[in-house]
Design a protein around this ligand. Structure first.
Ligand SMILES: C[S@@+](CC[C@H](N)C(=O)[O-])C[C@H]1O[C@@H](n2cnc3c(N)ncnc32)[C@H](O)[C@@H]1O
Length: 174
């Protein structure tokens, strides 16, 4: 027997609900669609963060939108990799799996990684309360224009910084 989704489950998939049936990512309106996972970070926004943190790993990307030479795509599955030696730029898939990525970011920070997460500011979700709310959060003023889109995102964004909890570990050189 299937059960109706809870309010929280609906909230965590709110974008997907709103845009169900949206066109695939190769067409012009991709930037209003979270049916695709390709909410690529605007390059100028990334560059400012990179100047501060000197990132060494992008664990969730395609080869086309990777922000670091050292990166993992779906084929390698960034969730299965070791991030502990890295300073990580994480703009994760925005679907239901976002909570799994936030948990991975938290666990890797315990093992020595610095993880800077660009996420939708979904402050009512479980993953927000479990990981973001206990971390260093900067709410972004206005809306980002993802990818090469001309339109602003239909949701607010935030930067969540998960600091390394084990600073004794060696770090990957740039
Ligand atoms: C929001 S986009 C961010 C892309 C890029 N990191 C950036 O900042 O512009 C999320 C990316 O995660 C990728 N992705 C989804 N599942 C993945 C997995 N298991 N391992 C690695 N990458 C994955 C998607 O293909 C997508 O390119």
């Amino acid at each position: 027997m299937t059960t109706a989704p809870t309010t929280l489950e609906l909230a965590e998939t709110a974008d997907a609900v709103v845009i169900a049936g949206a066109a695939p990512c190769s067409v012009a309106n991709v930037h209003f669609s979270s049916a695709t996972n390709e909410w690529s970070t605007p390059q100028d926004f990334y560059d400012k963060q990179h100047a501060i943190h000197n990132f060494t790993l992008d664990p969730c990307c395609t080869h086309e939108n990777a922000k670091c030479a050292n990166h993992y795509t779906q084929a390698e599955d960034g969730l299965k990799q070791d991030w502990s030696q890295d300073r990580v730029w994480m703009n994760p898939p925005y679907g239901r799996e976002i909570g799994i990525w936030m948990r991975k970011a938290y666990e890797e920070s315990l093992r020595g990684a610095l993880v800077v997460c660009l996420v939708p500011a979904r402050t009512d979700t479980a993953w927000w309360h479990d990981y973001a709310a206990k971390s260093d959060v900067t709410f972004i003023r206005g809306r980002l224009k993802f990818g090469d889109g001309k339109n602003s995102a239909p949701f607010p964004s935030a930067l969540v910084v998960l600091k390394p909890q084990n600073s004794m570990l060696n770090r990957r050189a740039v």
